[in-house]
Design a protein around this ligand. Structure first.
Ligand code: ME8
Length: 644
């Protein structure tokens, strides 16, 4: 199987930020994953360089637009290798072959009669580079750019998009995977339930000079989307390049929800007009928010990927972005959450497993992986968990559920850590009669680590290489490994020499990160509509505080409550099982909660909410804008432990 994966081409009116980095890291991770499944992959990213915004930014910088575009495009090209992102092509809309392809396509669609001259008046948002409909406005403003759109009236060329509306609805309905996650497919279908207007595709040259001239009317340049979207074709040599023939039928685009409409509506209808099959899939993710607003250059709350790399390291950043965001939903970025993930998931869970296992192999088996002897049930259980993890991980990666794929790996990491505790290799090492048992345990740890290292390759390439090297697999050999031939149990050869190295992840403290996102947050108990109460933090006595019974609660199940948008019914262990109702449904999907440890007020009188009795309250942080982040514990604690 082959894959052609793309990111949006980013505007060059400002520098790369975390939002761009996320999409591009997702594309890179997905490319690496499919390559790890022995597939043939082509990964494209690039920059979008024409249009009002760029002409304006260049004017503000006092240089010609092309020079400006060169400068910023270079920043994007230089940013990706710093994050271990390795695209096969980097396309620029000012590339001569792209310009030529756009003009050929315009001519073709014009000849077919699907482009005509008309007049238009409407409300134009410069940020979106398109006219907005009344329905899209919030208090008269563009909700994405928080700006007043300008009334504009002029003659322009239009693409007969409306002609393809019925075909598009039919295509989306017949191909349930065409737009995912499903919420975005539904959004598009709902938009398509109203008559579709034709698409304005030009700007008079008098108003915008910085664009691609229409081949059939030199008085106009093409409007941003008819230029930008075509990069996905020009980049692979449309109409007759070898790569185009090979890759177009397997094209998958990744975008955020801001550009859903151009990709889900304009683009497939343009392709249809061209007589081409639509792309195979569109993967749509949510926004990274900082202080509750979408991170964007026009709002000015951006986070630079280079700074994050310096503060936390590439692999921590990649892991954090993929683990923290559930693809499709919004997520919040803060230094505190990235540090917490580093300390708990990376330094504590993975890092400790790795360093303890290698140290023990070094100390108890002279630095070589010993041969296993007779197996006990817990050895079989670990081997079985590690192998089935590979399958579950792959299934989640295929469906863009990166956070779940990582959860699968982490459940094996935590099982292996428990396996160390229960098998007590340090006790076995004291009794020569127990050497066979000790060898079995050490072998199982080495083999589990090999499989974990293998599945982490797409997400954390450097860590994965380090793990492989420590287990005696050279980079040349490891580069040839794949999930199909090597994602199975038992490939570690007994006798292989391990290489002790530095620890994988240091623990971080607040000094890492520069507090880019100070968030004033209040701690509050999250429960349902009727009993939600902010704890107004005045001064209380120690005795008052002692009345609160705060406990570590581990969530073992979560489900939505019928007819409530806000409430989730949680089953928690603390340590006994109980039901708690929490008003967090707008911020968390039930699936992402299972396995989390939170802090619970355990001695509240039970309260009934939407027919479900709640036996406690979960603590969460609520910032000034009302967004919630659940309380959590940096390292795993025993469910039921008292919090003091
Ligand atoms: O729209 N959270 O370019 P652009 C997550 N040139 N992702 C974010 C984000 C955020 N806060 N902010 C930006 C354009 N992104 C056009 C695209 S494609 C033919 C033309 C990411 O520079 C996300 O991928 O505004 C989003 O779709 C894209 O950057 C928008 O980049």
């Amino acid at each position: 199987m082959s894959l052609y994966i793309t990111t949006p081409i980013y505007y060059v009116n400002a520098q790369p930020h975390l939002g761009h980095a996320y999409t591009t890291i997702v594309a890179d991770t997905y490319s690496r994953f499919r390559r790890l499944c022995k597939e043939d992959v082509r990964f494209q990213t690039g920059t979008d360089e024409h249009g009002d915004k760029i002409a304006e930014a260049a004017a503000a910088a006092g240089i010609p637009p092309k020079e400006y575009a060169d400068r910023i495009s270079r920043l994007f090209q230089e940013a990706w290798p710093l994050l271990n992102i390795e695209p096969d092509t980097f396309i620029r809309t000012t590339d001569a072959h792209h310009v030529k392809t756009v003009q050929e396509i315009l001519q073709k669609v014009h000849d077919k009669g699907d482009i005509y001259l008309g007049s238009y008046s409407g409300l134009y948002c410069r940020g979106c580079e398109r006219f907005l409909t009344d329905k899209e406005l919030v208090d008269g403003h563009c909700p994405d750019h928080q700006a007043l759109p300008q009334p504009i009236s002029e003659s322009n060329y239009f693409f007969r998009m409306s002609k393809y509306q019925e075909w598009l609805i039919d295509h989306i309905e017949k191909n349930p995977d065409f737009i995912t996650p499903e919420r975005y497919k539904n959004e598009v279908l709902s938009f398509l339930s109203e008559p579709l207007e034709d698409l304005c595709i030009s700007r008079p040259k008098s108003r915008l000079d910085w664009g691609i001239p229409l081949p059939f009317d030199a008085g106009f340049v093409t409007y941003v989307w008819f230029d930008a979207l075509i990069n996905y074709l020009s980049g692979i040599g449309y109409p007759d390049g070898e790569e185009f023939n090979h890759y177009w039928s397997v094209a998958e685009h990744i975008i955020a929800k801001d550009i859903l409409k151009p990709h889900a509506i304009y683009w497939p209808t343009m392709l249809r007009a061209l007589g081409l099959a639509p792309y195979k899939r569109l993967h749509v993710h949510g926004y990274w928010n900082i202080n509750e607003a979408k991170m964007s250059k026009s709002i000015g709350n951006v986070v630079r990927p280079e700074t994050l790399r310096q503060d936390f390291g590439v692999d921590t950043l990649r892991y954090f972005l993929l683990r923290e965001m559930s693809f499709g939903l919004d997520a919040s970025f803060s230094d505190e959450t990235i540090i917490a993930r580093q300390n708990s998931d990376l330094a504590n869970d993975l890092g400790n497993l790795f360093s303890r296992s290698l140290t023990m192999i070094n100390k108890f088996a002279k630095g070589t992986v010993p041969a296993p002897a007779d197996l006990e049930p817990q050895d079989r259980a670990l081997a079985e968990a590690a192998t089935s993890m590979v399958a579950a991980y792959s299934a989640h990666m295929k469906s863009f559920a990166f956070h779940r794929a990582l959860q699968e790996a982490w459940s094996v990491i935590s099982l292996a850590n428990k396996y160390i505790v229960t098998s007590e290799p340090w006790v076995l090492a004291k009794d020569p009669a127990k050497t066979p048992r000790l060898n079995t345990v050490l072998y199982h740890l080495a083999e589990t680590l090999r499989l974990i290292g293998l599945v982490l390759l797409p997400v954390m390439p450097e860590t994965s290489m380090k793990m492989a090297a420590a287990l005696g697999i050279t980079p040349e050999v490891f580069r040839k490994h794949n999930l199909i031939d090597h994602g199975i149990w038992g490939l570690t050869e007994p006798g292989v020499k391990i290489q002790l190295g530095a620890s994988l992840f240091p623990r971080l403290d607040k000094k890492n990160g520069q507090n880019r996102s100070p968030q004033k947050q209040k701690v509050q108990a999250v429960s349902g509509e009727s009993i939600e109460a902010e704890s107004d933090i005045g001064l209380i006595s120690f005795d008052d505080f002692r009345k609160l019974d705060l406990r570590v609660a581990e969530i073992t199940a979560a489900e939505k409550i019928d007819k409530s948008d806000r409430l989730l019914k949680l089953t928690v262990m603390a340590p006994e099982e109980r039901t708690v109702v929490a008003g967090i449904a707008e911020y968390y999907e039930p699936e992402e909660l299972v396995g989390r440890q939170v802090i619970m007020v355990a001695n509240l009188k039970p309260a009934k909410l939407m027919g479900v009795t709640s036996h406690g309250m979960i603590l969460a942080a609520r910032d000034e804008k009302g967004r919630l982040t659940l309380s959590s514990l940096a390292a795993g604690a025993m469910p039921g432990s008292k919090v003091s």
